[in-house]
Design a protein around this ligand. Structure first.
Ligand code: G3P
Length: 219
């Protein structure tokens, strides 16, 4: 399972990159706004800066909601760096744009996926990734992990190459549950990845090992 970090914050990306386990980055307009990135030139430069940090795929989202605009933005984004994946919303114009960009050899990530039907449409259009938002589904009393499981099963039956990229991850257990049901990728904030380290028995055990070593090696 690949680990992507879901942020536009360069320090947060560097932090996970330093662990040596980072496979890519996802961003969205809300995450860009959180970093105060505005204006076409600044946005494009920021994506370049992210690409300079990581070696894997970097999802950059279009703002247009109609086909022509999505294609124009998608081509501009894709020309920045081969790592760029054009992120496109799950709407009918988006499906047409995914189909077109895929035919040009451009990677796509279909975002705002909340149902198996939507995911099937995106896979048939040839999306490189689909992003089901599991935390936001959980918020509505729908089992987000259940959707990931449903999608990995369907994609396996039909041999779809589209990768299931679990997004809107809210806690470390979500990551483990995604691994259990075969998600191809999880994208999460750095703090959620760091949460995987936590176990009190590790802390207690390490403290004891160091204390015993210190006891026997007094100078
Ligand atoms: O990048 C999309 C997704 O991960 C958003 O997560 O926490 O805003 O639901 P969240």
């Amino acid at each position: 399972m690949k680990f992507f970090v879901d942020t536009a914050n360069l320090e947060e990306i560097k932090d996970v990159q330093a662990l040596g386990i980072l496979d890519g980055v996802t961003t969205n307009p809300s995450l860009m706004a959180k970093e105060g990135i505005a204006g076409d030139e600044n946005v494009l430069k920021h994506y370049k800066d992210i690409c300079d940090i990581v070696s894997g795929d970097v999802s950059a989202e279009v703002i247009s909601t109609e086909f022509d605009g999505m294609i124009e933005e998608g081509l501009k984004l894709a020309s920045l760096d081969p790592k760029i994946v054009v992120k496109i919303p799950m709407i009918s114009e988006g499906i047409k744009a995914i189909k077109h960009l895929t035919s040009l050899g451009i990677k796509t990530n279909c975002t705002l996926v909340f149902s198996a039907g939507q995911a099937i449409l995106a896979a048939k259009a040839g999306a490189t990734y689909i992003s089901p938002f599991i935390g936001r589904l959980d918020d509505t009393n729908v089992d987000g992990i259940g959707l990931i499981h449903q999608l990995t099963s369907i994609f396996q039956i039909y041999g779809f190459q589209t990768q299931v990229l679990a997004a809107s991850i809210r806690n470390s257990l979500h990551i483990v549950r995604c691994a259990e049901v075969g998600a191809d990728v999880v994208t999460c904030p750095a703090k959620t990845i760091h949460g995987l380290f936590n176990h009190p028995l590790t802390d207690i055990g390490l403290e004891k090992f160091l204390a015993d070593h210190a006891k026997m090696n007094k100078s």
